[in-house]
Design a protein around this ligand. Structure first.
Ligand SMILES: NC(=O)c1ccc[n+]([C@@H]2O[C@H](COP(=O)([O-])OP(=O)(O)OC[C@H]3O[C@@H](n4cnc5c(N)ncnc54)[C@H](O)[C@@H]3O)[C@@H](O)[C@H]2O)c1
Length: 387
């Protein structure tokens, strides 16, 4: 099978590698020759390392690299069964590429976007045949992250969804089906992990080191929210937060943090700029957390209650099935446990109690409990099974 990938940046290069490793021929296109050269050079480096670690042999490494053609002409996509676009996050530029592509590929070719924040329906509307368009959302780095969100738009034909899912499953990825709504599954449900952590810091309730300690030591998350924001970069993480909030018609549940915005504006972007919530410069000391169990549990339960509420509301609004929501958060952002199961274990009425207390105290609809959570608490049903 021949796969087309548009954009040879971080995501396009990773997606091309995944497809080639699965035996597909890949055509990788970019308007910038330097990006194509860089992509080929970094794949060569990755493959050399995998050969050194004896994860692939030389023959396989050569085959993986030779299956990818680096091209600067869209005409080369004429034989592709599926084309995945991963260019800059700009709707007009994406639409223009898809329109050019539709004149080149066969009527059966599936056209997909790796967009993180644009609606698939809006991209599909640029096509003569919008039914062939779907979202296929990989996580960074694509070769290592198992999760892929499959996002049919309102206009996507069912056969296109089935075919896209089958192809990505065959590449060894864990696929989940998501509704075409802001943030899809992971980038929607994960919002409070960052926002509620910064809000507690803004309130003076605790400091980044202590909040990170609570989430890691007591919650068993791999990284604390502040470490993770610093790693992702405040420019990237803040923009996702603001995009989800504005696309949700300014629902206070998704309201981002002014503190994070100011850090972005100041260029304190995290690890990549040497400073974020923590100082990464030479000789800087990492602050020590206050490891008080009671405070730690309060922090953990406040963030968890917000996350579980988001997962419950995603079930309520049919963003995805409960099973796919659990898979998305464990395979897409490495949460130690599915949030619905976690809510059941803590007790749905306990989660509701935390949210209602916060709602009463702050008078802020940010803490509005999902109707699904409230219903399950009222009748003693499980969030995971609804029974
Ligand atoms: N980086 C992430 O963590 C991440 C994760 C999931 C999804 N995404 C999405 O994937 C897409 C790509 O993100 P990225 O981080 O790889 O970006 P990037 O900036 O690393 O790469 C974008 C590439 O697209 C090329 N390009 C720009 N305009 C083009 C055009 N008209 N035709 C062909 N090539 C063009 C650029 O030269 C560049 O090489 C975006 O839609 C982004 O939202 C990113």
């Amino acid at each position: 099978m021949e796969i087309g990938v548009i954009g040879a940046g971080a995501m396009g290069s990773g997606i091309a590698q995944v497809a080639s490793q699965s035996g597909c021929r890949v055509v990788l296109y970019d308007t910038n020759q330097a990006a194509l050269d860089k992509s080929a050079a970094s794949l060569e480096k990755v493959m050399r390392r995998l050969v050194e670690k004896e994860r692939v042999d030389i023959k396989e490494s050569n085959a993986i690299q030779s299956r990818i053609s680096y091209v600067n002409n869209l005409q080369e996509f004429s034989g592709c069964a599926l084309v995945i676009e991963a260019i800059v996050e700009n709707a007009d530029m994406k639409k223009s590429v898809f329109q050019q592509l539709e004149n080149i590929v066969s009527p059966q070719t599936i056209l997909a976007s790796n967009t993180s924040s644009l609606s698939i329906a809006s991209l599909a509307s640029a096509l003569t045949f919008p039914g062939r368009m779907i979202g296929i959302h990989f996580f960074n780095p694509a070769p290592l992250m198992p999760l892929v969100e499959i996002i049919p738009a309102i206009s996507t034909e069912a056969v296109v969804t089935d075919a896209a899912k089958t192809i990505i499953d065959d590449w060894g990825k864990v696929t989940v089906l998501a509704k075409d709504t802001p943030g899809f599954i992971v980038n929607r449900i994960a919002r409070p992990y960052y926002a509620e952590a910064v809000k507690m810091y803004d309130e003076g309730l605790s400091d980044p080191a202590t909040i990170d300690w609570a989430m890691k030591s007591l919650g068993l998350f791999k990284m604390g929210p502040f470490e993770l924001m610093d790693l992702i970069g405040h420019d990237v993480n803040y923009v996702v937060a603001e995009t989800v909030w504005t696309q949700m018609y300014y629902d206070p549940r998704y309201r981002p943090s002014l503190t994070q915005k100011r850090m972005m504006e100041a260029g304190l972007l995290g690890r990549k700029s040497g400073r974020g919530f923590y100082d990464y410069r030479e000789g800087a000391e990492k602050p020590e957390p206050t490891t008080d169990q009671t405070t730690g549990e309060m922090i953990l339960h406040r963030i968890l209650a917000m996350l579980i509420n988001e997962a419950a509301d995603a079930v309520f609004l049919n963003v995805a099935s409960p099973k796919d929501i659990e898979l998305a958060m464990t395979k897409g952002v490495n949460y130690p446990k599915g949030l619905l199961q976690w809510g059941d274990e803590i007790g749905v009425e306990n989660i509701l109690g935390i949210l209602d207390d916060l709602h009463a105290r702050f008078g802020d609809d940010r803490y509005r409990a999902s109707a699904y959570l409230r219903d399950c608490a009222a009748v003693g049903h499980s969030l995971l099974t609804g029974k």
